[in-house]
Design a protein around this ligand. Structure first.
Ligand code: FES
Length: 149
């Protein structure tokens, strides 16, 4: 009896852990069109030095959909998130999020005011947007960061 209960608890824990480990890259609600992304940056470069700090954020210009840019966030340790800057409220090459100066883990669209969480798979937290920012894969081999899809 105790073994069956323990087994159920262990199964639940394993499934919960697996679900938590699913990367932001599996975003089935992607509304931003696919474009080839293959970027390599040196995090020691002055343009990207903020990424050396936990919760550091930078925008890589002229990349991603319509050249709107890619926003990169250093979440913890060697973990980074990367998102297309295209605002998901009305996808266009003229609506791009910027760093939210009022939220160290956020981005905001300066046109519609939608706010997004960079540590929570780019999910919208307020405003008109209903879909997450488009995410990209990231690999880190100090000091180089590759962003791709
Ligand atoms: S979408 Fe055009 S502004 Fe946020």
């Amino acid at each position: 009896m105790i073994c069956k209960s323990l087994s159920k608890v262990l199964t639940f824990c394993i499934l919960a852990t697996a679900a938590a480990c699913v990367s932001c890259f599996n975003n089935y609600d992607d509304v931003v069109p696919w474009v080839k992304v293959k970027v390599k940056i040196n995090t020691l470069d002055a343009k990207y030095i903020d990424l050396q700090n936990p919760m550091g954020r930078v925008i890589i210009k002229n990349e991603g959909y319509g050249g709107n840019g890619i926003i990169v966030c250093h979440t913890s340790g060697n973990d980074f998130n990367a998102f297309d800057c295209t605002c998901t409220y009305e996808v266009s090459d003229t609506c791009a999020v910027i760093l939210d100066e009022g939220n160290i883990a956020g981005a905001v669209c300066p046109v519609c005011g939608s706010k997004y969480e960079l540590v929570n798979c780019g999910m919208p937290s307020s405003g008109k947007a209903r879909y997450s920012l488009k995410s990209y894969r990231v690999s880190y081999n100090e000091p180089y960061l590759r962003i791709f899809n």
